[in-house]
Design a protein around this ligand. Structure first.
Ligand SMILES: Cc1ncc(COP(=O)(O)OP(=O)(O)O)c(N)n1
Ligand code: TZP
Ligand code: MG
Length: 213
């Protein structure tokens, strides 16, 4: 894998509830458009469970593997271990960072959502490899999202000297992505901007262009 900061440039997150067409097609197009990292987040109304969830994860993972795109699993540590995924992403309401780091080992990527400088310090000390920060802008993809705070926390953490890779998340589009990177993020993570686009390929390309400036 290239370095993590590069891999976080355009981080596509998706599960079947986010897709207007076949998830496999959406992911293939997003990869053709240049996304650099993928998170399997099978969550929300109509989300698959059990064998169906496992099967979809496996199919999406094999597409990622074919294209050397790291495959990250959201929340479900069991699934990540079973699939030998490249990493996991957890939030403050998920299993503790320390426990997850022990379970997945040092060679896997561990992403953690942080909303305050205190959470950032703890997550870093407990083994996080990158921070997910948001919602930066209003989002309709997460019912229990915290209040929107713009790019403030990214700026604060960079001012405090944090060098850990960071991505912004929440309501990010090709129109506002550049501001997130300007604030100090290594990249942007998006669901809708790609999964609901008429052309996920063109949407991914536009995001890459905005992030690269
Ligand atoms: C890259 C990235 N950042 C933040 C999140 C949100 O994680 P979390 O707070 O655990 O919420 P859920 O996604 O589990 O609903 C993320 N998934 N990815
Ligand atoms: C998972 C998550 N965590 C904070 S906002 C969000 C949803 C991001 O989705 P979108 O890119 O569609 O706003
Ligand atoms: Mg979570």
């Amino acid at each position: 894998m290239k370095n993590l900061s590069e891999a976080l440039k355009v981080y596509f997150i998706m599960g079947s509830p986010n897709c207007l067409k076949e998830p496999v097609e959406v992911l293939k197009e997003a990869i053709a458009g240049g996304v650099t990292l993928f998170q399997f987040r099978e969550k929300g109304k109509g989300a698959l469970t059990g064998a169906e969830k496992y099967e979809l994860a496996r199919r999406l993972q094999s597409i990622c593997n074919e294209h050397q795109i790291p495959f990250i699993v959201n929340d479900d540590i069991e699934l990540a271990i079973e699939l030998d995924a490249d990493g996991v992403h957890i939030g403050q309401e998920d299993e503790p960072v320390k426990v997850v780091r022990e379970r997945i080992g040092d060679s896997k990527i561990l992403g953690v959502s942080v909303h305050t400088p205190e959470e950032a310090e703890t997550a870093l000390n407990d083994g996080a490899d990158y921070f997910g920060i948001g919602p930066i802008y209003p989002t309709s993809s997460k019912d229990d999202a915290k209040p929107v705070r713009g790019t403030e926390l990214i700026e604060i953490l960079r001012q405090q000297g944090y060098t850990i890779p960071m991505v912004g998340i929440g309501g990010i589009t090709s129109e506002n992505a550049a501001a997130v990177v300007k604030a100090g993020a290594d990249g942007v993570s998006v669901i809708t901007a790609i999964s609901h686009a008429d052309s996920p390929l063109e949407a991914a390309k536009a995001l890459i262009n905005s992030v690269e400036g």
